[in-house]
Structure formats: C-alpha cells, structure tokens
Design a protein around this ligand. Structure first.
Ligand code: B12
Ligand code: SF4
Length: 529
C-alpha cells in the first residue's frame, strides 16, 4: 500500500516536521510505502520570514540559495497531479498548521479531482482545532483530531483490510452526508516505544540546511519534552488541555532513547547542528538534565539551540546546557507591559523571572534571543515602548519581533474579536511582517514600521532614538535616515555579535544623521525674489 504525505508548507525552510517524520515511520513499520509532496519550494506571494527578518535586523543576511532555499512560481496543481499520476497512492495524508490551510484546500481539490474515491485525511493543528471546518468547508474526507500516533496506524490498518473507518478514536469523518465524531483517546503513554523518525522522505537539502550566526549547517529537528502545562491565552495549549480532559501530562523520551535516536540521526544524516523544539527545554528535573547532558556530551556533542520559559531557568541548569554545547536559547517575553503579559496573555513568568533568566544565560556565555509579539489586543505606542525597554534591560542579544495572530480556539482570539480588533469574516493568513489586528490609535503601516525599527531602538543608544523615530516616516528624509541607521547598526551591532560596541565613528555618525535631517529640511522662510 502506498501513502502520500502532503505538507502544504507556506514558508519554513530547513525543517523536517516531527509529526510527518513519526507518522511516516509508523506507516513504514506496518509495511506501507511512503512519499512526501510538499510546497516548500513554491512562492505563494508571501514575504518570506527570513526576508522580513533581515529587514528588521532580526537575522543576518545569509545566502542560503546554494543550499536549495529558493522559492519559485510553480503551478502547484499541475505538479501535484503529476506526482499523483506517477506515485498512484492509496491514501493521502495532509499535515497542516492553521496558516497552511489555504494550500491544503487546494491540494485536497487536486487529489479529489485525480481520484474521487481516494481517502484524504487531514491531521495537525488546524484540523485538531477546527475539525468540522476541515470536513465540511475544506473537503477532507477524514480528520485526525489530536494525536495521530495510535489513531493513524489504526486508520491505515482499517483501510488496508477494508474495515470500518468510522469508529476509530480521534478520527472524524463524513459518511453518507453525516458527520461522524469519534471520542478522543488518551495520549500515548510510552513514547519510547515509537520508532525513530523517518527522515528518508525528506530527500532534498533544503529540509536540512539551517542558517546560524551567519553560516549554514546541516541541522536536525528534535523534541525531547512533549507538552506544556500552562494556559497562555494566545497558545493552543489551553485548548489541548480541555481536549484531553486535563489529563495531558508532560511526556518525555527517556535519556537513553533520545541519545540512541540522536546518534542514529547524526550518523545517518551527517548532522552538524540540532534544534530542539521542546516548548520548554528546561522543564525537567535538574538530575534528569544532568544525566542527559553527560550522555549528550559523550555521544552527540553537536551545537544546539533550545527554547525555554524564563520560569524554568536556574543557574545550575544553564551551566549544564553550556557544558553540553548549547549555543543559543530563545525565551518568550512577548510584551514588556506587565499588565498585558500577566492579565491578557496569562503568562506565568514575571518581569523579575525574565531579567534573572537572561542574566544567567548572558553570564554563562549562551547567546540569547526572545520572542516579542507586536500588535496584540490593546497595543499602544506606550506598550510598544515598554517592550523595547524590557528587552533592553534584559540584555537580549537577538530579539525576534513578529506580529501577533489570533489563531482559532484561543482565548485571545475571542478577546480580539469582542473588542473589535479582529474581524473573523475577513480572516487573513498569518504573516510575520504584517499586523492581523487593527487599532484606533495605530495604523497598520505605523505598526509595520514599528516592527522594522524595534531592534534599532533596543540596540542603539538613546542618543540615536530621535533619528530612529524620524525614520519611521517613510518619506524621503525618513528613508535616508533609515538607510544610514541600518549601516550604523551593521557596524556597531552586527559587527559585534549582536552587542552594541561604541567605535571611533560615533561623532561622524551623529553628524551624518543630523546632516540628513537638516539638509533636507526646508528653511522656514526662503526670502523674496
Ligand atoms: C516545531 C514547531 C514549529 C517548526 C516546525 C513546524 C511544522 N510544520 O511542524 C517551525 C519552526 C517551522 C514552526 C513554525 C511556526 N509555528 Co510552530 N510549532 C512547533 C511546535 C513547538 C512543535 C510541533 C511538533 O513538532 N510537535 C510534535 C509533533 C509530534 O506533533 P504534531 O506536529 O502536532 O503532529 C501530531 C498530530 O498533530 C498529528 N498529526 C499531524 N499531522 C498529521 C497528519 C495526519 C494525516 C494525521 C492522521 C495526523 C497528523 O499526529 C502527530 C503525532 O501525534 C508547536 C507546538 C506544539 N505543541 O505542537 C508549534 C506550533 C505548531 N507552531 C505554531 C505557530 C503559530 C508557528 C508559526 C506561525 C510561528 C511563527 N511566528 O512564524 C510558524 C508557522 C510556520 C509553518 N506554517 O510551518 C502554533 C500553531 C498554531 C496553529 N493554530 O496552527 C503551535 C501549535 C505553537 C502554539 N503553541 O501555539 N513551528
Ligand atoms: S508557555 Fe509557551 S507553550 Fe506553554 S502555554 Fe504558554 S505559550 Fe504555550
């Protein structure tokens, strides 16, 4: 039997989704042949994250084209139809997040036009959150609601044996015009029993190469801790807690299993770098991290990056990370405004936790990054300035600021709609560089400029701030000033690994900026002829 995975990827390069890797491995274990069709290489007309990130000084400009990071205009419908004809699958498995829905709908139409009776099953975050929309509006025949680790193999087995497809827990379907909603099963307990990730289906280099600090590395994608117990209002986790009746515990691969799998992947794919996707890498007892750290150092010893919550950071854990070759940690700050962070976002970490956590990472020489969401409900110029202020005080080396998007089934989406910041009738696709919400006191164009200069305010001394502010206006003077400020940024911040370093040219920079401002300013009175 043949299974075609479709990953309707809108943006990400350098990634091998863990869900597809595991499901493909499980299917192969059952004797199915698998193949992947994905849209990573297709230009759908959206600004790429890396492009807008370079503009906003979030990333260094690394030429990734030699590693296959190239998007082109492709007729997806034609390309997928060719794949279907050549491969002749028995089932189509689409894995998608919310912002990939529009591509998934197009791909599903192609599949159903190719063969009306081909079973198309959707899984991943969007169908988990909105199964009815996926089935009724989007054309999926089946949906996996929640975890697929046990449900999907059962589904494939039923398909293979031509048995009942409509009474499998987690799988919803349409049968003779009726919606079949099966109950949710508990999460799989023994995740150690899963087969190793199947990366053979990721056959091209663009899934592997990742840029880091100006260079490109062959990278691996891995997750050791599964889940997060918190309930931030903008995140899917509070929905997932309800879905699993609050019985979803944090699951974790044993140290032995992780190390064995990482060693296998490292050797097979010549890995040079690892990215851990645990929502909070440090959410584990210190003794467990110590054991992992020792084994990792001995068997794997690749540089790696993590994400963690300021709440979980301790000096002892960070020292262990440093010893095991952790090169970067990203921590969420989201907003510098305490009221918004605590009461609107319901984050558990305080400002003191944030300041303490960054200090520990900085003191131990691990590169830091943070997430900031701009354009949150109730955002104002003042809340924006408090974010700049907190990121400055925390000493974040590479701040990463993106726009907030109100994803389905989140509490913050409801708040955004109720307070007229977001119109669900005009649903947009998530873009890092354009606000999804609208505000009375800030225009979308102003917000775009605010994102683009966020890091300039954070990194450059206050003496430059009035020029940065003036450069937020996209008139001729603003554009010239911005150009100059970006050069100053390159010479004082990028050249010093993300930390501002005074150089002998400060006086020169300031006189240039002042020159631009004054040369282009019209005199108040030009005299009479
Ligand atoms: C790794 C990760 C990424 C990676 C890889 C993304 C990917 N395509 O896999 C990268 C860095 C690229 C990424 C980017 C983004 N991400 Co992200 N990411 C994650 C993270 C931390 C882990 C995902 C993961 O691998 N989980 C482990 C695997 C095993 O689970 P899974 O993928 O869900 O798959 C299981 C089931 O869903 C199901 N399943 C999945 N597919 C299928 C298919 C079929 C046929 C079946 C039957 C079952 C099935 O079975 C699998 C096994 O149980 C999640 C958080 C989370 N809790 O999931 C956020 C998360 C998925 N990301 C999110 C977001 C918002 C983003 C970004 C928009 C962020 C940004 N600022 O740019 C971008 C979007 C880019 C994109 N469209 O790919 C949101 C998604 C919200 C939503 N409604 O879609 C999440 C849930 C974070 C959150 N807490 O809100 N992300
Ligand atoms: S801490 Fe992160 S992963 Fe956990 S609920 Fe909050 S946003 Fe989601």
């Amino acid at each position: 039997m043949k299974l075609l995975f479709i990953w309707p990827n809108k943006g990400a390069f350098g990634v091998k989704p863990i869900g597809i890797s595991l499901l493909s491995s499980l299917a192969k274990k059952m004797g199915w042949e698998t193949k992947l069709y994905d849209t990573t290489h297709i230009d759908f007309g959206y600004t790429q994250y890396t492009e807008s990130g370079v503009l906003a000084k979030i990333f260094k400009d690394v030429d990734m084209t030699p590693f296959g990071w190239v998007k082109t205009k492709v007729d997806m419908e034609h390309e997928l139809a060719v794949t279907l004809n050549e491969y002749q699958p028995d089932c189509i498995a689409v894995s998608l997040l919310s912002d990939e829905r529009f591509i998934a709908v197009r791909a599903t139409k192609v599949a159903k036009a190719w063969r009306k009776d081909i079973p198309v099953i959707w899984g991943g975050m969007f169908p988990t959150l909105e199964p009815e929309k996926a089935l009724i509006e989007d054309g999926a025949d089946f949906v996996c609601r929640g975890e697929g680790l046990e449900a999907f193999p059962e589904f494939l087995l039923a398909l293979e044996k031509k048995e009942d497809l409509y009474s499998i827990k987690n799988i919803w379907g349409k049968h003779r015009g009726e919606l079949i909603k099966n109950p949710t099963r508990s999460l799989m307990e023994d995740i150690d029993s899963l087969p190793f990730a199947d990366w053979d289906i990721f056959a091209r280099q663009e899934y592997y190469y990742k840029p880091f600090d100006g260079n490109a590395y062959i990278g691996g994608d891995y997750m050791t801790n599964w889940g997060c117990p918190y309930n931030c209002t903008y995140c899917v986790n509070h929905f997932l807690h309800k879905l699993y009746d609050h019985k979803d515990k944090i699951r974790r691969y044993s140290v032995e299993r992780s190390i064995k799998e990482l060693k296998f992947l490292k050797d097979k794919f010549n890995l040079q770098f690892l990215r851990f996707y645990d929502e909070d890498f440090l959410m584990r007892p210190t003794h467990v991290l110590r054991h992992f750290s020792e084994c990792y150092l001995e068997e794997i010893n690749l540089p790696f990056v993590i994400e963690t919550n300021p709440h979980s950071v301790t000096e002892e854990k960070v020292v262990l990370l440093k010893n095991m070759n952790c090169v970067s940690a990203t921590l969420a700050i989201e907003t510098g405004n305490t009221e918004l962070r605590k009461n609107l976002l319901k984050r558990v970490d305080s400002e003191a936790d944030i300041l303490r956590a960054f200090k520990i990472f900085n003191d131990n020489g691990i590169r830091t990054s943070c997430f900031i969401m701009l354009g949150l409900p109730f955002e104002t110029r003042a809340t924006y300035e408090s974010s700049i202020d907190l990121v400055r005080r925390a000493g974040v080396r590479y701040p990463c600021v993106n726009f907030f998007f109100p994803f389905e089934q989140t509490e913050l989406r409801e708040i955004a709609i109720k307070n007229s910041f977001y119109d669900p009738e005009r649903e947009k696709v998530y873009q890092t560089d354009y606000p999804a919400l609208t505000f009375q006191s800030l225009t979308s164009d102003e917000l775009v400029q605010m994102r683009n200069v966020f890091n300039l305010y954070v990194k450059l001394p206050v003496i430059y701030h009035s020029y940065i502010k003036r450069s937020e206006s996209a008139d001729d003077v603003g554009k010239l000033l911005r150009e100059k400020i970006l050069t100053i940024y390159d010479e004082t911040v990028w050249a010093n690994d993300g930390w501002f370093a005074e150089n002998s040219k400060t006086g020169f920079y300031l006189s240039e900026l002042s020159g631009i401002l004054h040369a282009t300013q019209k005199p108040a009175y030009e005299g009479e002829d």
